[in-house]
Design a protein around this ligand. Sequence first.
Ligand code: THU
Length: 138
Amino acid sequence: MTAQDPSSLLAIATAVRTRAYAPYSRFRVGAAIRSASGAVHAGCNVENVAYPEGLCAEAGAIAAMVAAGETAIAEVLVIADSPEPVPPCGGCRQKLAEFAAPDVPVTLCTTSGARQVTTVGALLPGAFAAAHLAGAGA
Ligand code: THU
């Protein structure tokens, strides 16, 4: 698969990453999502002294997209200062799958220039999805 236009997503994710609030891990992450309209929504990680209350960059970008009135992801890019391109955590894979088809490209980046392109479906095969709720109420 190829990412549609990772260059603009890269610039936006790189910029928002500098605003990450990560005093505990010191690991700053930026995420940018292109939604169906073509708009780009950005998020950075926001940690908390109560560690489990921290938010990942992807979750922030998804929240910005939904707040802007959109619910369809066309493309995702994540960047961090890591030795290898940083993949979304398990919880964020599920959050992305809520709004993205399996073939949606996800570009994983490092600040030193490494790139890896994968898809939402490859990151979360066998995802729990709305269709699995069909028997609810039985
Ligand atoms: N983090 C993200 O924001 N996104 C990822 O894809 C991986 C991890 C954040 C969570 C936490 O603030 C820090 O990185 C270290 O785990």
